[in-house]
Design a protein around this ligand. Structure first.
Ligand code: PLP
Length: 424
């Protein structure tokens, strides 16, 4: 189906047929949900061994009793797990509680309110500090900025990561830019892995940006590959060291989509100067994180091999769901001008761009046909997708047959919204 080449007569015929198909689907009274980027119950069960793994032995290798207070930056074996996950030396890792989002929020709050390297570095000292948000992106990053009153400026995502010409131009043009969000591997939602050249340009931003500028490198999907030969993400830590910009990038990750999403362990990796600033802030919030859970995780995933073989089990459960989404898109839109998408080799999402102006209507039609999609606009700051194109599909939770069913509906809704728009 090619809308741009269709005659008005053809469009009317398509509309009539698609309306019939749509009404038939509505009649089925489906109830399907592809909104949630979270692990399925089967995935969670892969880590049930965590329960009881300590068998009464609460003592960390340092001799610390993990049941007690203290240890603001985590126990050594949990730092090693963070190192296995993030590819950063254990000395540069702080281990937190159950959510990397909390660490990101606290780090941005500390940078804004108190400064990571002394009070003069606080972002609030500037009239209107701004943060660059590659779009489409992760809605919860945007919520953090919105809550702190930090203005967001968008830069487009490409198949190689953020459009770095745009990012560098923004930084050169505006001295009040203080930060940037990045999801460098299997980006939420487009699924792309940043290219080596992009990672190096990000590492070099510290050479052109204000000294208090920080990249929030949210590597939530660092080991979440669907196949055995994944595209490697260049080490931003090493590249920052090479360019003398160690303070520029602060990394985050967690075991949320490795073990139990609500009861995992989160990590920050950063220069010692950034860690000092963050710890000063955290020390006022807590006497220490949940070290018992840290120890449980370190015993469950004692080395990189254990981590990677555990992730293979996740991939086996996720792959058929991604295949169902991607084959439906290819079959319906492979030879059309109705939409575009990336083919992620990992992570939790497939991102689909409709023709401009069709995303909201597609989501509405799907909802009325019993298929819940993430609200259109959610992948943009302030919920505003200026072209009304992007839709995020999250296939991890429903069973494969349900994903197939949801995609049948999705395809009809995209087509119907597109044809009706062309006729309007
Ligand atoms: N970062 C990204 C990019 C995510 O997609 C998610 C969850 O969907 C998170 C962070 C949340 O991580 P955590 O559970 O560690 O807070």
């Amino acid at each position: 189906m090619r809308i741009d080449q269709a005659t008005p007569e053809q469009l009317r015929e398509w509309e009539a047929q698609l309306s019939k198909d749509y009404d038939a689907i509505v009649g089925k009274k489906l109830s399907l949900d592809v909104t949630r980027g979270k692990p399925s119950a089967d995935q969670l069960s892969l880590s049930d061994e965590l329960d009881g793994i300590l068998a009464g032995n609460y003592i960390a290798e340092s001799g610390v009793d993990t049941r007690n207070y203290g240890g603001i930056d985590g126990i050594p074996e949990a730092k090693r797990l963070g190192s296995d996950l993030m590819g950063v030396p254990a000395d540069n890792i702080l281990v937190g509680g159950n959510a990397s989002l909390t660490l990101m929020h606290q780090t941005m709050l500390a940078a804004y309110q108190f400064g990571l390297t002394g009070t003069s570095s606080a972002w609030k000292n500037v009239d209107s500090p701004k943060v660059i948000c590659p779009v489409p992106g992760y809605d919860r990053h945007f919520t953090v900025c919105e809550q702190l009153g930090i203005e967001m400026i968008t830069a487009p995502m490409t198949a190689d990561g953020p459009d770095m010409d745009a990012v560098e131009a923004l930084i050169k043009a505006d001295p009040n830019i203080r930060g940037m969000w990045c999801v460098p591997k299997y980006s939420n939602p487009t699924g792309v892995v940043y290219s080596d050249a992009t990672v190096e340009r990000i590492a070099k931003l510290g050479l052109i940006a204000h000294e208090d500028f920080r990249v929030f490198w949210d590597n939530a999907y660092a080991v979440h590959d669907l196949n055995d030969n994944p595209q490697q993400l260049a080490s931003v830590f090493d590249l920052c060291a090479k360019h003398g910009t160690d303070n520029t990038v602060i990394q985050f990750a967690s075991t949320s989509k490795i073990t139990h999403a609500g009861a995992g362990v989160a990590f920050t990796a950063a220069s010692s100067a950034n860690l000092t600033g963050l710890k000063a802030f955290l020390g006022a919030c807590t006497i220490g994180p949940d070290k018992v859970n840290q120890l449980r995780h370190a015993r469950f995933l004692p080395n990189r091999d254990a981590l990677m073989s555990h992730m293979k089990k996740h991939a086996e459960l996720l792959q058929p769901r991604f295949d169902a989404v991607l084959s439906a898109l290819q079959e319906a839109f492979g030879d059309s001008d109705l939409g575009s998408w990336e083919e992620p080799a990992g992570g939790y999402f497939v991102s689909f761009d409709t023709r401009p102006g069709c995303a909201r209507e597609t989501v509405r039609l799907a909802a009325e046909a019993g298929v819940k999609l993430t609200p259109a606009g959610a992948t943009f700051p302030y919920g505003k997708d200026p072209e009304d194109r992007n839709i995020r599909i999250a296939p991890s939770v429903p069973a494969v047959e349900e994903v197939v069913g949801a995609m049948e509906v999705f395809v009809v809704c995209v087509k119907l919204a597109s044809v009706r728009q062309a006729l309007a």
